[in-house]
Design a protein around this ligand. Structure first.
Ligand SMILES: [Fe+2]
Length: 478
């Protein structure tokens, strides 16, 4: 009986957001199965919660997990990989103390002290932002933490020279045509505020405007066109009393108030004070895929839930539970007439929508998604609604697909490139990055790049193409 248990392949869904990264590692050579595309030089950076305890005492919620960045670097047809925990000041303090000092698992008196000016801990575990050669690890609950893109060593917490006031969300959007990355940050209090930040490709970051939401909302992501930002503020209220008193777990912090509806906020970036706001039916979303103008309307593709159930399902043993009822939608918003209509593009549960990075803010023709059960990658044409699917072999699990343009290809060539996703393989109990040809994902991977052992799952990430200088710096890893 014991032997049978040992021989049984580990089930990834039971480890998801529970099992900490077993081995920190700098870049080390990785096994390549198949053929890496010629000329594809750069690094895929991915991040997710990857440490869930201090000295064996577990954190209260997977979202409290310390961020682990997993990186796969390609150069000259070879691959190297690294995985490191982001060593925030709060984590260092907890490791020195040998116990949890922050979050809902901290002792009650310590939580009270934290809530009343005793400090907090940043947990950048949701996404990474490559910006001006820097790499920022992000989580909407706090400010960014800078990490070296060369070796993943933590460089320290930053507020971008005093510009960021409080938190900085994990879904910045770079509009290539404008040369600007947009982001927001919520500042919670008796009267919560939402700051809008512009991070230009060159020059200093600025805060361009501050909106006042009617209450303390949960805003995870937004959409950016070439001239407007669009927010869907779902009727999720953060219970500030529970938050301040540090009562209850993460899921209990949120109240679903469907009768209040979802507020649509359309912000012209050159006249942010002229934002248009109106309320529509209640729904919830984590993620937007893209947005663009079509006549008087703004077209917005996003993944929609009908209520807050996915937040409550995050602790489920069933990995597909949080995403089962998520549907990729297309909304048409007319800010002049204050109209909104939204329609499902697919009947499949799905999440983690992405487009070609050069298409952000422009009319796109293909969306890349992970199927809700994390067992397939989907390419969805939002206009014809035609889907192409690559289903992973049994025992392999996918995550967010990241589109990687073919070097030298124009942004208009939306399928000229690769779809990369960090996977887990039960039989090897190891991480793996799968490379699909975006022209035909159904044909299966061009290559699988294997980590030597388990790496923790990741929410989001980016591909950063290597320039000549970076190639010089990274050559010694191969
Ligand atoms: Fe996200």
């Amino acid at each position: 009986m014991q032997k049978a248990l040992v021989a049984k392949a580990p089930d990834f869904t039971r480890q998801l957001f529970r099992r900490s990264l077993p081995r920190e590692r700098g870049f080390e050579p990785l096994e390549v199965e198949g053929r890496l595309p010629a000329g594809l030089d750069g690094t895929l950076f991915r991040i997710g919660p990857g440490r869930f305890d201090i000295a064996g005492a577990p954190y209260a919620h997977p979202f409290d997990g310390d961020g682990v960045i997993t990186a796969m670097r390609l150069s000259g047809g070879r691959a190297a990989g690294a995985a490191r925990t982001v060593r925030t000041a709060g984590l260092e303090e907890e490791l020195r103390a040998g116990k949890i000092l922050y979050g809902d698992a901290a002792p009650w008196l310590r939580r009270l002290r934290n809530a009343h000016g005793g400090g907090g801990k940043r947990t950048p575990n949701t996404s990474v932002l490559p910006w001006q050669g820097r790499l920022l690890a992000l989580n909407e609950g706090g400010g960014p933490v800078e990490v070296s893109p060369v070796d993943l060593e933590t460089l320290g917490e930053t507020d971008l020279d005093g510009v960021i006031r409080g938190a900085f969300c994990a879904h910045p959007h770079r509009v290539a045509a404008a040369g600007v990355t947009w982001n927001i940050g919520l500042e919670y209090g008796p009267s919560s505020r939402m700051h809008i930040y512009a991070l230009p490709d060159a020059g200093a970051a600025t805060c361009i405007h501050t909106l006042t939401p009617p209450y303390s909302p949960l805003v995870h992501d937004f959409a950016a066109t070439q001239s407007h930002l669009v927010f869907f503020i779902s009727p999720v209220r953060i219970n500030m009393l529970r938050h301040v008193l540090q009562l209850g777990g993460f899921s209990e912090l949120f109240d679903w108030r469907p009768r209040e509806g979802t507020e649509v906020v359309v912000v012209p970036v050159d006249r942010p004070q002229d934002a248009v706001r109106f309320t529509v039916e209640p729904f919830f979303q984590w993620h937007f895929a893209n947005a663009f103008h079509l006549g008087d309307e703004i077209v917005i593709d996003y993944v929609r839930f009908e209520d807050l159930a996915p937040l409550k399902a995050l602790r489920s043993e069933d990995s597909s539970a949080p995403f089962r009822d998520a549907r990729c939608h297309r909304a048409l918003v007319d800010p002049k007439r204050k109209t909104f209509r939204s329609e499902a593009l697919s009947g499949q549960g799905c999440e983690f929508p992405r487009v070609h990075p050069g298409m952000e803010g422009r009319r796109h023709g293909i969306l890349w998604l992970a199927r809700g059960d994390l067992r397939a990658i989907i390419g969805l044409d939002p206009e014809t609604r035609r889907e192409t699917v690559y289903e992973l072999p049994s025992g392999q699990w996918a995550s967010e697909p990241v589109f990687v343009p073919q070097p030298g290809a124009g942004a208009d060539q939306e399928r000229d490139g690769y779809v990369m996703t960090l996977c887990h393989d039960d039989a090897r109990d190891a991480g793996m990055v799968m490379l699909l040809d975006a022209q035909d994902i159904a044909a299966g991977p061009l290559a699988r790049v294997w980590f030597r052992d388990y790496v923790t799952p990741a929410f989001h990430g980016h591909w950063v193409a290597a320039d000549a200088g970076e190639r010089e710096k990274i050559l010694h890893y191969f």
